[in-house]
Ligand binder design. Sequence first.
Ligand SMILES: *[C@@H]1O[C@H](CO)[C@@H](O)[C@H](O)[C@H]1NC(C)=O
Ligand SMILES: *[C@@H]1O[C@H](CO)[C@@H](O)[C@H](O)[C@H]1NC(C)=O
Ligand SMILES: *[C@@H]1O[C@H](CO)[C@@H](O)[C@H](O)[C@H]1NC(C)=O
Ligand SMILES: *[C@@H]1O[C@H](CO)[C@@H](O)[C@H](O)[C@H]1NC(C)=O
Ligand SMILES: *[C@@H]1O[C@H](CO)[C@@H](O)[C@H](O)[C@H]1NC(C)=O
Ligand SMILES: *[C@@H]1O[C@H](CO)[C@@H](O)[C@H](O)[C@H]1NC(C)=O
Ligand SMILES: *[C@@H]1O[C@H](CO)[C@@H](O)[C@H](O)[C@H]1NC(C)=O
Length: 749
Amino acid sequence: MESSRSLLLLSLLPSLLLILAVPAEAAGADELLSSFIVHVQPQENHEFGTADDRTSWYQSFLPDNGRLLHAYHHVATGFAARLTRQELDAISAMPGFLSAVPDRTYTVQTTHTPEFLGLNVGTQRNQSGLGAGVIIGVIDTGIFPDHPSFSDYGMPPPPAKWKGRCDFNGTACNNKLIGARNFVAALNNGTSGAPVPPVDEAGHGTHTASTAAGAVVPDANVLGQAMGIAAGMATRAHIAMYKVCTRGCSVSDILAGIDAAVADGCDVISISLGGPALPFHQDPVAVATFGAMEKGVFVSMAAGNSGPVESSLLNEAPWILTVAASTMDRSIRSTVQLGNGMSFHGESLYQPHDSPALFSPLVQADASGKPLAEFCGNGSLDGFDVKGKMVLCEFGGNISATIKGAVVQSAGGSGMILTNQFLQGYDTLANAHVLPASHVGYAASTAIKSYINSTTIPVARISFQGTVLGTSPAPSIVFFSSRGPSLQHTGILKPDITGPGVNVLAAWPFQVAPPSTPVLPGPTFNIISGTSMSTPHLSGIAAAIKSKHPDWSPAAIKSAIMTTAEITDRSGNPILNEQHVAANLFATGAGHVNPTKAADPGLVYDITPADYISHLCSMYTSQEVSVIARKLVNCSAIVAIDGNHLNYPSIAVTFPPSSRNSNAPVVVKRTVRNVGEVPSVYYPAVDMPDNGMYIEVFPHKLVFTEANQEMDFEVVMWPGQSGARLVQGALRWVSEMHTVRSPISVTFA
Ligand SMILES: *[C@@H]1O[C@H](CO)[C@@H](O)[C@H](O)[C@H]1NC(C)=O
Ligand SMILES: *[C@@H]1O[C@H](CO)[C@@H](O)[C@H](O)[C@H]1NC(C)=O
Ligand SMILES: *[C@@H]1O[C@H](CO)[C@@H](O)[C@H](O)[C@H]1NC(C)=O
Ligand SMILES: *[C@@H]1O[C@H](CO)[C@@H](O)[C@H](O)[C@H]1NC(C)=O
Ligand SMILES: *[C@@H]1O[C@H](CO)[C@@H](O)[C@H](O)[C@H]1NC(C)=O
Ligand SMILES: *[C@@H]1O[C@H](CO)[C@@H](O)[C@H](O)[C@H]1NC(C)=O
Ligand SMILES: *[C@@H]1O[C@H](CO)[C@@H](O)[C@H](O)[C@H]1NC(C)=O
């Protein structure tokens, strides 16, 4: 959880500790082989006849044939190879070399979500669903193909453009799961040998794939909780799995997965992974997703799980959808009762019926005095008497909640109260603990600790209330959801959007429960949390839009999702954060996705690949832009588009320090395309805090008389009197049928 910025668990896997393999860096050891991703200059005026021709060209850079890990064909011009420093230096001097970056490790960081998002998935497996004819490529840990979430009941064959393949045996693939491949070089041992099936040993890929486009499965539950119909967001879409992770995920393998997904004909790519945030030309995943976007493929990626600290975002490139995570109105409730009569609601997925209703002595783990004892780290309770006691463990410390429970149990504890620190606020997670447990918020944690201080014999018990629906506030931004502002790109507001990412139920390859639990009948599911979980929701919703509007570009689909998002919760209040105060735009982006409205946005803000290249020229050198564009770009010969003029569906502006006195306005230009009714008239409305900003929009109305007609407008902004450093609000274009809303974030440098 409290993972470092560079090694990030994008789903808070409760029962799985990923041991990350960090590539051996070659510093001071020239003989050591390390993996590098090498970008080479596309050969002008040369078309490769076959993929093998291109691979041979890549081989010509390498000392011998055994070194090539992956040859990239579609979303990067270059390859991954194992090289010594000296060999890399030699390659760097060769004509055609552009740049090289060391391989890095990324980590993987619903019964209820369709209804929560207002989708009627129906109860019949034959019901018509969303996303027909669309293929979602999932870049993840593999898949468990035998799960009923991947049943192809009523699914038509894949569209004719599908070129992928299935490396599972026999009938594992079908018209739902149409493709499955493994790109983990360490498993495939280079490029030779029989393909290794993309088996999911972690569960993460099975969960994300079924969230995006899983079939309707009635009576889904985990340990009897969250009972309901499990269904993906786009129940009619096809799924293709590209396995790129085992314990960690190498960027070189991720790139190979994206390369294949684009070549195979995927329409949407879902990536619930994250690694170090880097300038885009040094970030091979940003380069590859640019290539995907250029070929019309929509990419959604996780914002990261390093919140709530500022600027903790990952995956910030403007051509991808960056997805934050928020809560649902469901709690898997377990309640802590104290000896003084006070009680506090918390959560646990494991709710044993035979749990004794008796009070136990209550003890704080940190009283053991050992290192990491407050977090119930492994070994920290050795020699400390917790037999038959309820043990208070602090959330976090980079130790998973279920491990803490196992530590308490093995020390003889009767139960665990998992207490939030201030940063986690009110948010709790429902984990499959191995003993009676309750995860409680910070306010409850403080009250429980005061009670312990107030008495010589503190006692507590945990009772289980099962699944409670209609809890509030919902949605609210969860503590772990990474926050803006973006550091890689100050001119763009990120994250873009939020969706359900807390306690999400979806398919899982194996039963989750304490080992003592009898094997339950029926398919296996799990409830987990992370921006890993919100991302496939948005991928499925993008697939539904693509199915309805096949000619829309990735930018148009993103615009539709963002400009129709909700900014209030179910009670009609502003969306709150983990402290239950209004979340700002660096937490929510444009707001909480509304899939129904997103399919019919009225107007869209579109961006072409050429626009992005012009925009990149405002940020980077020609050589750097050439790496991303995968062709030679001469920025001196291009009119650069700065952040204020890139046609993004949100607006992020920074005023220079001098501006308050000079009274010079900042002018933002945008173009909208009518994809709604004809004729239609839109009027602008500006929502800004009093005295924060003065904003004028020109023209004062937009009149569309034709389908797909485009109109330009300008937003002119002057600093207000309030003196606030950060002013946030929105611009709405309003017609009789539509509200097209763009968040505005203004920073005074
Ligand atoms: C968290 O744990 C992982 C693996 O156990 C380790 O690699 C990482 O450095 C730790 N992060 C922090 C912030 O301690
Ligand atoms: C779906 O199946 C049910 C029960 O088998 C049947 O009554 C219904 O007509 C079917 N609906 C469609 C749209 O085929
Ligand atoms: C797949 O087929 C091969 C060859 O028939 C066999 O050796 C292997 O065990 C099979 N694997 C699985 C997972 O069924
Ligand atoms: C590939 O397999 C060979 C022999 O089986 C082994 O020596 C080598 O280390 C493997 N390479 C990788 C990258 O796993
Ligand atoms: C704690 O560490 C011991 C020894 O390394 C290991 O056997 C045990 O499985 C660990 N317990 C947990 C809950 O991780
Ligand atoms: C409980 O007592 C300890 C030790 O005196 C103190 O550090 C802590 O702040 C107290 N906690 C509360 C919530 O009162
Ligand atoms: C880039 O374009 C500028 C302006 O057109 C031109 O002067 C310059 O020679 C070009 N550079 C290259 C490397 O082509």
